[in-house]
Design a protein around this ligand. Sequence first.
Ligand code: HEC
Ligand code: HEC
Ligand code: HEC
Ligand code: HEC
Length: 397
Amino acid sequence: MIFSKSLARFSIFTLAILPASLLAQEKEENLLDGNPVHGRELFVSKSCIECHSVRGAGGSVGPDLGLKVFNRSVYEISGILWNHSPYMSRKMRQMGVRRPQFEPSEMLDLVSFLYFLNYFDPPGDVQLGRQLWVEKKCSSCHPVEGEGPKLAPGLDKMQSPTTSVFLAQSMWNHGSQMLETLRRMNLDPPAFRGTEMVDLVAYIRHINRNPSRQLFSLGEPRQGERLFRINGCASCHAAQGAARASAPDLRAARLQASVSQIAGLMWNHLPNMLSRMRQQQMRFPTFSGQDMNHLISYLYSLAYVGKPGDPQKGATVYREKQCLSCHGEPGKPGQRIGPDLAKATLQSPLGAAPFMWNHAVEMEGYMKERNILWPRFEGTQMADLQAYLKASAAKSK
Ligand code: HEC
Ligand code: HEC
Ligand code: HEC
Ligand code: HEC
């Protein structure tokens, strides 16, 4: 799906094509699909954009959400929304903005949009890229406009789209050869930090004579997961929690850096990986088409679901945040000020979180009357709470 022009108000999203669904890590959690494209539309239609910008585009009453790194699970992000709810509600009232209500799937879509914000790189800097071209030794082999060494093709005539994903893919594919040649030339292999790869891409795009094909798309995490398995990545790396000693657990690594940063990390580990692969007599995987794109979006999506919530910890959260004092034991009869929460959570991918948001203003009133401070959620607390409510709901069914 390509965004229509009228909706493409965020510069970083104008070229993006996003998937309709994201990878759900846990089989039992497969409700956790979310649609960031729809989330992005909701960000506009639910008035978030009146107060928040995304990297400069939008209102300035609240923080610029494009500068935040939401490297957290979707539950944790919904917790952040909740934490800020009283303040936001007051601002909305002051500004005459109607406080939005969410269908359960709408909140998931919105939160998945926030999760993916950091995926996109800011535009690169051509001047920095020109310096990196020399610093990273690309100029030792590649000519520019016919000038320089002829050890490699001139990238000014490159046919493939000039995005960091495709650059990463080409460099990866010729990585083994390139490292070998550099060794013979007595040069260290280049490593990439931060968003250097984006600046390099900006420069290559600048010299490229075929700049029309620059469509950037977000790959399909599910496809990426398959590539991760069939190309032997999974034989060294754990991504689903099962620890392997030889390489980092990529889920624990929280790879929600932008595309170019992830591409840089993959590139940086090439020398180490190659020597280990040689020891283990593994075939070096090369990538074509959208492969690298799928792989990177898979790596990015690894923390999306997060660890499954712990119902027992959730019971403690429920008590400590005073939910118990108003809502009583979920699924059990008894006097209560607020409704029984066992009913609200089933059928909703984020559990009770969307209903919590919808009733936040009323609840705040009840809390004030009873001198209860607005409860805040940190870390896995929201996921634990929802796991507890879901377990209680399942028991009382
Ligand atoms: C009327 C203005 C207003 C509207 C509308 C609004 N917000 Fe906010 N938002 C704020 C302000 C102000 C803050 C800072 C509040 C604070 O520090 O507690 C904030 C904070 C946040 C934060 C926390 C950012 C951080 O620092 O971690 C998130 C996330 C957020 N808003 C998302 C949204 C979403 C999603 C919507 C649309 C449903 C929305 N906001 C609508 C004003 C608004
Ligand atoms: C040691 C020499 C060497 C260095 C250093 C080098 N390359 Fe290459 N590069 C090559 C060779 C040789 C090829 C052609 C490989 C092939 O055809 O399989 C190539 C191919 C490429 C391609 C694919 C071109 C196409 O038309 O598809 C890209 C993109 C690329 N290099 C980018 C870079 C960048 C960016 C740098 C600097 C970070 C760099 N290379 C550093 C030797 C080098
Ligand atoms: C032969 C073992 C091996 C294979 C196969 C392997 N890796 Fe790695 N990988 C490592 C090691 C070891 C590290 C630790 C960094 C280093 O030493 O350079 C690492 C680091 C990484 C990192 C950086 C993690 C961080 O936190 O910085 C990423 C991303 C990564 N690998 C992705 C992949 C992908 C994708 C594949 C499949 C194409 C793959 N790896 C295949 C051994 C391997
Ligand atoms: C001071 C009492 C009070 C506290 C504390 C409280 N709530 Fe509520 N809650 C209510 C009331 C009253 C309602 C109904 C509000 C309305 O009429 O809109 C409600 C509504 C809800 C709803 C919507 C239920 C539905 O069926 O749609 C959810 C979900 C919810 N609360 C969750 C929580 C959670 C989780 C906590 C603890 C973090 C909590 N509440 C703390 C009083 C409270």
